[in-house]
Design a protein around this ligand. Structure first.
Ligand code: FE
Ligand code: FE
Ligand code: FE
Length: 164
C-alpha cells in the first residue's frame, strides 16, 4: 500500500477507487439490462450505462488535470457488489421478483457511488479545486437521480412481484 502524505494523495486515491468502480460497472450494467424484464427497468439500466461512460470520461479529465494516471487501485467493494448482482442474475425467480432483486443490487451500487462522490467533492472543495468540484457534483447528481428512479420503479415492480 502506498503512503498518503497529504490530503491531495487521499483525494487521488479515492478518485482511483471511483474510476475502478465505474469501469467495472461498464461491464456489469449491460448484464443487468439483459437480465431485467420490465421495459422501464431495462431502459433505466441502459441510460445509466451511457451516463457511466460519461462519468468515466469526467474522472479521466480530472486525472489529466492532476497529471496522474487513473490506474493502480481496484475497488474491492464494487467487485463485491457486482458479484452480488451476478448472483441475482443467476437466481431462478419469477420475472417481477427477479427485477425487484436487480433493483436491490443496483441501489446498493448507487449508494456506494453517492458516498464516494460526496467524499471526493468535499476534498475538491477544501483543496480549492472548483472545476473538479463542479465535475464531481454533476456525477453525484446523476447517481442520486438514478437511485430515486430505482425507488420509483420499485413501487410498481414490487406490486407486480407481490401478485406473482
Ligand atoms: Fe457511476
Ligand atoms: Fe471502493
Ligand atoms: Fe451509478
Amino acid at each position: 500500500m502506498t503512503a498518503l502524505n497529504e490530503l491531495k494523495d487521499l483525494y487521488v486515491e479515492q478518485l482511483r477507487d471511483l474510476h475502478s468502480a465505474e469501469t467495472q460497472l461498464l461491464t456489469a450494467l449491460p448484464r443487468m439490462e439483459a437480465a431485467a424484464t420490465d421495459p422501464q427497468l431495462k431502459a433505466g439500466f441502459h441510460l445509466h450505462l451511457e451516463q457511466t461512460q460519461q462519468q468515466v470520461n469526467r474522472l479521466e479529465s480530472i486525472f489529466a488535470d492532476l497529471g496522474v494516471s487513473p490506474g493502480g487501485h481496484v475497488c474491492k467493494a464494487m467487485q463485491g457488489l457486482i458479484a452480488e448482482g451476478a448472483e441475482m442474475i443467476g437466481t431462478q425467480a419469477p420475472p417481477a421478483v427477479k427485477d425487484a432483486g436487480l433493483i436491490a443490487c443496483a441501489q446498493r451500487v448507487e449508494h456506494y457511488e453517492i458516498a464516494g462522490y460526496g467524499t471526493v467533492a468535499r476534498y475538491a472543495q477544501v483543496l480549492g479545486l472548483q472545476q473538479h468540484l463542479e465535475t464531481l457534483r454533476a456525477t453525484e447528481v446523476e447517481e442520486k437521480q438514478t437511485d430515486t428512479k430505482l425507488t420509483e420503479l420499485s413501487d410498481t415492480i414490487n406490486q407486480a412481484a407481490l401478485r406473482g
